[in-house]
Design a protein around this ligand. Structure first.
Ligand SMILES: Nc1ncnc2c1ncn2[C@@H]1O[C@H](COP(=O)(O)OP(=O)(O)OP(=O)(O)O)[C@@H](O)[C@H]1O
Length: 297
């Protein structure tokens, strides 16, 4: 018997613009652990979440969650997504535009359940005053709080989050990371989060897996995978060399060589003048702030 809560073994042919790319993933996660999945665009991160959620069926595979068998291709067994008790949060919020905030939450509530959880979640996500608004009357951060609350309404055992905070600015991202950590402590779910942000990985994740070309190429604690140094306060420091840098959604998407590997970093815009290809950098990720700092030598 394995000690893990979630065991995933899948093989699937990804159809990419360059032809077929075989995806082959094996991962295990202990109860209440937080796993961050990261890696370049097109590596298969979203596809992996969709397989775990049951929205896709792999060519071959087995997925076990606790004592439930969710998928076993050798027995042609696949449990439908609605019966997997998963909370899903996407980058683009995916709210129902014609429903109010409260109705969006009520929609996710199983029939006959106690409606008080909706009130509780509206309070916890600081949305009570906005309960009667439609999504298009909300900011990005508010919409993502609705999406988080809606995912929690069913009291999921497993939360899958696909770049949930990528479109938000740094302060809002920090606020929602904090909220997510509080929910994690209260509701005790297990969680997989796809993110490109190393700061987010350090703050949230127990484990990080890097996926490239459909395979996990590296897995470990964030410190094992990224950091050369961890201070006594728990802060992280990484060293790197800039390969490329583009501005997207008021942030810098930096490709850098960190520990001899190419990594993607999301950084605040005010570091733009330093993130020039060829420059080396030292970044400090304080645990008590979302604000990554560049250390000047
Ligand atoms: N159902 C599917 N069957 C086969 N291939 C798929 C399927 N869905 C997506 N793909 C392909 O798999 C590859 C990986 O896509 P995926 O969206 O998982 O990447 P990703 O790592 O999440 O990228 P990004 O960071 O850009 O979101 C893409 O080339 C995509 O076209």
């Amino acid at each position: 018997m394995s000690d893990s809560l979630l065991d995933v073994h899948i093989k699937h042919s990804l159809q990419t613009v360059h032809g077929v790319m075989p995806m082959e993933i094996a991962l295990s996660l202990a109860k209440e652990q937080i796993l961050a999945i990261t890696g370049p665009s097109g590596a298969g991160k979203t596809t992996l979440l969709r397989h775990i959620a049951g929205l896709l069926t792999p060519e071959t595979g087995k997925i076990v969650f606790g004592n439930e068998l969710w998928l076993d291709s050798s027995k042609q067994k696949s449990v439908v997504p609605q019966l997997r008790n998963i909370g899903f949060v996407f980058q683009d919020y995916a709210l129902f535009p014609h429903l109010t905030v409260e109705e969006n939450l009520l929609f996710g509530l199983p029939k006959g359940s106690d409606r008080s959880i909706v009130e509780d979640l509206l309070t916890a996500t600081e949305l009570s005053n906005l309960a009667n608004r439609k999504p298009n009357q909300l900011s990005g951060g508010q919409q993502q709080r609705v999406a988080l609350a809606r995912a929690l309404v069913r009291k999921p055992d497993l939360m899958l989050l696909d770049e949930p905070f990528a479109a938000l600015d740094y302060d809002m991202r920090y606020h929602l990371q904090d909220m997510l950590l509080k929910f994690h402590q209260q509701h005790h779910f297990t969680m997989i989060i796809v993110t490109h942000d190393i700061g987010e990985i350090f703050r949230l994740a127990d484990q990080v897996a890097i996926i490239e070309n459909g395979k996990i190429i590296r897995q470990g604690t964030p410190t094992e995978v990224y950091a050369k140094d961890q201070s006594q306060t728990g802060d992280f420091v990484i060293f790197g060399e800039v390969l490329s840098c583009v501005i997207q959604a008021d942030q810098l998407l930096v490709s850098a060589l960190v520990e001899n590997k190419v990594r993607q970093l999301t950084l605040p815009l005010d570091l733009a003048s330093e993130m020039i290809p060829g420059n080396t950098f030292t970044l400090h990720y304080p645990m008590d702030s979302a604000r990554v700092m560049l250390i000047r030598h």
